[in-house]
Design a protein around this ligand. Sequence first.
Ligand SMILES: [Zn+2]
Length: 132
Amino acid sequence: MAATDLRFLYPHFANKLRDRLSVLRGEIRAALLRGDTETYGELAGQVHDVDEESLADLLTDVNLAGISREVQEVRDSDAALRRITAGTYGECVDCGEQIDPARLEAYPTAKRCLACQRAYESQPAAKSPPKL
Ligand SMILES: [Zn+2]
């Protein structure tokens, strides 16, 4: 399948990613609001005002307990949207082949085709926690 076929689906995946970012932003904001320190409150105010792209920047150096998974997903979703803009979305970063659209439907932030993802996860290095 030619890579151009997938580009017809770019708007679809962009919408999915933006919807997901919107949900994540709400979850992160709620988590920040549950905190009672000044820092949390200050961050929560910023989270309320910034757009999705700035949110990822805002959270770059933040690793708050309990929301690191959401923060990571915001980063992954933001990176996926940038790949859509760059026209490289849906290309496996390891082998360069097009990722199965069904896989992208299930995992819109996927960077690898299934075969490369399995190979990646079977490497011992992949078992250590990701560097944030
Ligand atoms: Zn691959």
